[in-house]
Design a protein around this ligand. Structure first.
Ligand SMILES: Cc1cc2nc3c(=O)[nH]c(=O)nc-3n(C[C@H](O)[C@H](O)[C@H](O)COP(=O)(O)OP(=O)(O)OC[C@H]3O[C@@H](n4cnc5c(N)ncnc54)[C@H](O)[C@@H]3O)c2cc1C
Length: 376
């Protein structure tokens, strides 16, 4: 049983946020910025944030031509434009809140590789997607840059052309999350890690969260309002929601001398993505090679996909360049029937911001804004 002191000083709050990823921390920041006196607790099951926010590729992006063309078919024009706007607004909010230096934002541009054996005719879709996004940017976003294939040293046998997007950037994911934790801590938000929220109940207008720590302590935290920013793990508490976990495999090389590649790159409807970071290449994706196995919340490496990534590095991205792999890992995303996130009020006291799919770096801060709007 917890002590009198613990009960008096640690368990009662105005707002509790479950999950310390980019969405949960941005929500804590958003609430504090609007109401500095609010007493806020963030509960995190891992020792570190343990979902997608410290595992991702750090693209500050809103979609490639092939990805947006696919989403257009599924979601239609109106919903897709709303989603792209939400990604753009989220990136602006993240940069404004933390400052470009504190997330190492670099506007190096984004590129989509058009593979020779590509069956989805990306170049034909380019004008369609430019027309779609014209009202947002007042100019064409995407243009063909075929010279980029040799400029970056890619395989000219495997890559036909490249599509350039000057509006795309990149951040240092670890620096961003570290800065966000510092930002909310400085505002007086309390974060408790190693605290798994198992379920909740509502009594007399107060939410009580039943929480389990790794050392076996069982504790009830109480608040007026609770937000679950638990992305792929939200289904453990709300099984009725359409949320499918999607694991993403990533690797990073050791430093490569005279690396020519600079910017964010993707191919195959965004299923593969790579970028430069500290003279290395970070490369991730390949979920479409093994959808079934990757439909999981287990943080395991999928060797088949990791080998596929290495094969693509050798044959397409870094042909004739010696490289060594430094680190390989996995992170967990959340998907639905389309790319729309869930921002939802369950009743007056319980809120959900989840299912940020593969673009939560962009979406996270805007989802937090929308949540704060309905919670406050
Ligand atoms: C490999 C990979 C690459 C990606 N690349 C990009 C990219 O380049 N650009 C981009 O925009 N997006 C990218 N994403 C997506 C982006 O990282 C996510 O959409 C975003 O991080 C989701 O943030 P979140 O805070 O909603 O969820 P998460 O980061 O998953 O955070 C949820 C948190 O809740 C905690 N939690 C869950 N259940 C409980 C519970 N019951 N009790 C307590 N705590 C709990 C988890 O431990 C976790 O820390 C990528 C994702 C992956 C996996």
């Amino acid at each position: 049983m917890i002590s009198y002191w613990e009960q008096q000083y640690f368990t009662e709050y105005d707002f509790i946020i479950v999950g310390s990823g980019i969405t949960g921390l941005s929500l804590a920041a958003e609430i504090k910025e609007r109401k500095n006196s609010a007493k806020i607790l963030v509960l995190e099951k891992g020792l570190l944030p343990t979902g997608a926010s410290t595992k991702n590729a750090g693209f500050a992006c809103f979609g490639s031509v092939s990805e947006l063309a696919y989403d257009l078919k599924i979601m239609g024009e109106k919903a897709l434009l709303e989603l792209v706007n939400s990604r753009i607004n989220g990136l602006v909010a993240l940069r404004n809140r933390l400052g470009d230096i504190n997330i190492d934002f670099q506007n190096n541009g984004g590129y989509e590789l058009v593979l020779n054996d590509s069956s989805n005719n990306v170049l034909e879709k380019l004008p369609i997607i430019n027309n779609l996004l014209y009202p947002i940017f007042n100019q064409n976003v995407f243009s063909e840059d075929s010279k980029a294939v040799s400029r970056f040293g890619f395989s000219t046998e495997k890559i036909n052309s490249v599509i350039f997007n000057s509006f795309e950037g990149q951040i240092d994911t670890g620096l961003m999350m570290n800065s966000l934790i510092n930002y909310v801590t400085n505002l007086g938000v309390k974060i408790i890690t190693g605290a798994l929220v198992e379920n909740y109940s509502i009594n007399n207008g107060q939410v009580s969260l039943n929480c389990q720590s790794s050392d076996g302590l069982n504790c009830h935290f109480v608040a007026n309002k609770v937000a679950f920013c638990t992305n792929a793990f939200t289904k453990n508490i709300f099984p009725e929601l359409t949320i499918n976990p999607g694991r993403g495999q990533v690797l990073v090389t050791k430093p490569i001398e005279n690396l020519k590649i600079k910017g964010t790159f993707s191919f195959d409807e965004g299923f593969y993505y790579f970028r430069n970071i500290h003279n290395r290449i970070l490369f991730g994706g390949g979920r479409n090679v093994d959808f079934e196995t990757e439909n999981t919340t287990k943080f395991e490496r999928n060797e088949t996909i990791q080998l596929k990534l290495i094969d693509y590095l050798q044959s397409i991205i870094l042909p004739n360049i010696d490289f060594a792999i430094d680190r390989q890992w996995a992170g967990i995303m959340a998907f639905g029937n389309d790319k729309s996130p869930i921002v939802k009020e369950i009743d007056n006291h319980i809120f959900i911001g989840a299912r940020l799919n593969g673009m939560g770096v962009a979406l996270g801060s805007n989802i937090a804004k929308q949540l704060a709007d309905i919670m406050m």
